[in-house]
Design a protein around this ligand. Structure first.
Ligand code: RET
Length: 260
């Protein structure tokens, strides 16, 4: 089991910190003056929050050595086959805040603006609450799994987390996609493109978790940290820039939108 933060990991974590900070900056530049500025705000904070949590990890403050002695989630009397492992818990603090923001970004492309209140607003709020609730539980139960030393406990939590993941996907591929289809070809195409990219990128997370130190330990922590950095930058900076440029193309320059 791996219990040391290596130089390779440190380097990748600094790359993540710098990449997220530059990403936040580039989102401000690309999104400057855009019509739907809420997209700029959420995409900016996704990167800014991740930059902080990467900084925490790069400084060696975002990990915990999980062992029988240090962990509350590890029951006493566990078998002798378990030892200690290093877990970057800071990822889960990042994800629990940024994944709902990313989903809000996607869902506000798909759902058309509401005029007035009424029953429609309530239904809409219920749908968005379902997506965000399931997403938060996906990350929280994933953290429980990562902090578990006993492998039965660990895979029980993995299964629970995966169940919530499927619920999130079912909602964004089902009702939200149907709503996007009613909004005209350009919006539907942008929603479907972002949905496809998000789905592919997000599926890599549970796979890496299973292969990495949280799961089976088939790949080294060095590889895991490197791949997570690349996927995180794609899912946050790459996704954010695609979202902003897509929305800008649909809505046109602010002056024209204001004149119409
Ligand atoms: C975990 C635990 C095991 C089961 C599942 C997981 C899913 C994680 C996901 C994370 C997405 C993170 C993003 C971060 C920001 O860029 C928690 C690994 C299903 C989908 C998009």
């Amino acid at each position: 089991m791996e219990t040391i933060m290596t130089t390779s990991q440190e380097t990748w974590l600094w790359i993540g910190t710098a990449g997220m900070a530059l990403g936040a900056l580039s989102i401000q530049i690309v999104g400057h003056g855009m019509t739907q500025s809420h997209h700029r705000v959420t995409s900016f904070f996704v990167c800014a929050i991740a930059a902080c949590l990467y900084l925490l990890m790069a400084q060696g403050q975002g990990d915990i050595i999980v062992s029988k002695a240090t962990l509350a989630l590890t029951p006493l009397g566990i078998g002798a086959d378990v030892s200690a492992k290093l877990v970057y818990f800071a990822r889960y603090i990042d994800w629990i805040v940024t994944t709902p923001l990313l989903l809000i970004g996607l869902v506000t492309v798909g759902l058309k603006p509401l005029s007035g209140g009424g029953e429609q607003t309530r239904e809409r709020l219920g749908l968005v609450a379902g997506i965000i609730g399931a997403d938060i539980m996906m990350i929280l139960t994933g953290l429980f799994g990562a902090l578990s030393l006993d492998s039965t406990h660990k895979y029980v939590w993995f299964a629970v987390s995966f169940g919530f993941f499927i619920a999130v996907l079912a909602l964004v591929w089902g009702p939200v996609r149907a709503a996007a289809a009613e909004q005209g070809a350009a919006t539907a195409a942008l929603y479907n493109k972002l949905l496809g990219i998000l789905t592919v990128l997000w599926f890599i997370y549970p796979v890496l978790w299973l292969l990495g130190t949280e799961g089976t330990g088939a790949i080294s922590l060095n590889t895991e940290v490197a791949v997570f950095t690349i996927i995180d930058l794609s899912a946050k900076v790459g996704f954010g820039l695609l979202l902003l440029t897509g929305i800008k193309k649909i809505t046109g320059p602010p002056a024209a939108a204001g004149a119409s």
